[in-house]
Ligand binder design. Structure first.
Ligand code: GLU
Length: 444
């Protein structure tokens, strides 16, 4: 199999989808050795089947703003692959969302879900809608219109929606409400619901907690720990919040947060009290971190810059895809950063990942590092199915076990002497399970 030729053709078939092509190329370059000369894979056209989503939905989302004007957005749902279980994946509301990004995220979700060993397939959706500055009523009308276009292709055994950037428990509430009305069902078709009506406890923290549990497992492998480590974090949403909370609880110092406006450097480290302030800052829906530096003297704000220029032992990007390019990667390497663990999906460009592979910096791709998000979704669905709820302690233990198992699986496929190649380990382990399921279930 000639991978270059395959990728060339894929690019021709999917023009203007660079994020998707990037995700596929990175994935297949680490599993190509596994595929070499495997007659079963080529005969079943596994590669071709895994690079074509089962179904792509693109639809109009009309809604009324508070001035009474009709606004049109574009909605998406990519039901990528359901060989392992019902389609499952988040919904992202972001003004720059494109089909290429949604397809990349759906592709990633298939393998992320495979890694966690939960019986779920992969999907992703969203819209090029900007929640920033919108009123509560506008958000509700938008969510209702979005789900009106999609509700009849969803279901607890068909396709299950969850949160992502721009979609938290408020949005899930509005999406779910309209779905419940249309389908006459109060079912587990959504995750990220409020714990008061079917959601799980610890949802908001779990994605970030999961990243730190993964980090903890990796550090333990290298006889290292989080104690006294300096960490640079980007973003200041749910993911960053959970990461910071757990990292400081385990003795690390987190010195940065960032927003679209720039980043803040806090040499004393973010503490529990400042974390509370971060929640207030988010609630303003302004997407700015500058006020943090005004609130806390002794911190510094760097307009229009990213936090990867500070001295740190560990970097945890928690903002958005491709936030670390070649330049940022080179900066982290020159600052002797030892570990980079992706909180946001596909945080690093291909060039950045390539740079890391020639250094001693340990890199963990998001599909392994941020399994906490979908792991908590699986725990939410389990509670829905059993019609019961677990305590914080029970949930945290299960979450931790799932992340640890994921880490160990990546290790078993990625061990190269004393070092773990997490890129290869996660991709090969994830591919293995999906490929076998696709082959077992025949040409459908
Ligand atoms: N978007 C989240 C993730 O990274 C959550 C997906 C879900 O729970 O459906 O996996």
């Amino acid at each position: 199999m000639n991978l270059d030729k395959f990728m060339y053709q894929l690019q021709l078939n999917n023009p203007n989808e660079p994020e998707f092509i990037q995700g596929v190329r990175l994935f297949f370059s680490s599993v190509k050795d596994r595929m070499q000369d495997d007659f079963r894979l080529s005969n079943a056209a596994v590669l071709e089947r895994l690079t074509e989503p089962d179904r792509v939905l693109i639809f109009k989302v009309p809604w009324l703003n508070d001035e009474g004007k009709v606004i049109i957005n574009r909605g998406y749902r990519v039901q990528y692959n359901n060989a392992l279980g019902p389609y499952k994946g988040g919904v992202r509301f972001h003004p720059a969302l494109t089909l290429g990004t949604v397809k990349m995220l759906a592709f990633e979700q298939v393998f992320k879900n495979s890694l966690t060993a939960i019986p779920l397939g992969g999907a992703m959706g969203g819209a090029n809608f900007d929640p920033k500055g919108k009123s509560d009523a506008e958000i509700m009308r938008f969510c209702q219109s979005y789900i009106l276009q999609l509700w009849d292709v969803l279901g607890p055994d068909i396709d299950i929606l969850g949160g992502d950037i721009g979609v938290g428990s408020r949005e899930i509430g509005y999406l779910f409400g309209m779905y419940r009305k249309l389908s006459h069902q109060h079912s587990g078709t959504f995750t990220g619901k409020s714990p008061e009506w079917g959601g799980t406890r610890l949802k908001a923290e779990s994605n970030g907690f999961g990243v730190v549990y993964f980090l903890k497992a990796m550090l333990a492998h290298y006889n290292d720990s989080l104690a006294d480590k300096t960490i640079a974090v980007s973003g200041f949403g749910n993911m960053a919040h959970g990461v910071i909370k757990k990292a400081i609880a385990l003795g690390a110092k987190v010195v940065t947060i960032s927003g679209p406006d720039g980043y803040v450097y806090d040499p004393n480290g973010i503490d529990e009290h400042k974390l509370e302030y971060l929640i207030e800052l988010r609630a303003t829906s302004q997407d700015l971190v500058r006020p943090y530096s005004i609130e806390y003297p002794g911190t510094r704000y760097f307009e229009g810059r990213k936090p990867w220029e500070v001295d740190c032992d560990i970097a945890i990007p928690c903002a958005i895809q491709n936030e670390i390019g070649e330049e940022e990667a080179a900066m982290l390497i020159s600052k002797k950063c030892q570990y980079l663990i992706e909180g946001s999906d596909q945080s690093c460009t291909e060039e950045a990942v390539q740079l890391f592979s020639n250094t001693s910096l340990r890199y963990v791709p998001s599909k392994a590092a941020n399994v906490g998000g979908v792991a908590i979704s699986a725990l939410e669905l389990a509670q829905n199915n059993m019609k019961m709820t677990w305590s914080d302690a029970e949930i945290e233990q299960r979450l931790q076990d799932m992340v640890k198992r994921t880490h160990d699986l990546c290790r078993s496929y990625g061990e190269e002497g004393n070092v773990i190649n997490y890129l290869k380990g996660s991709n090969v382990a994830a591919f293995q399970r999906v490929a076998e399921a696709v082959i077992d279930q025949g040409a459908v």
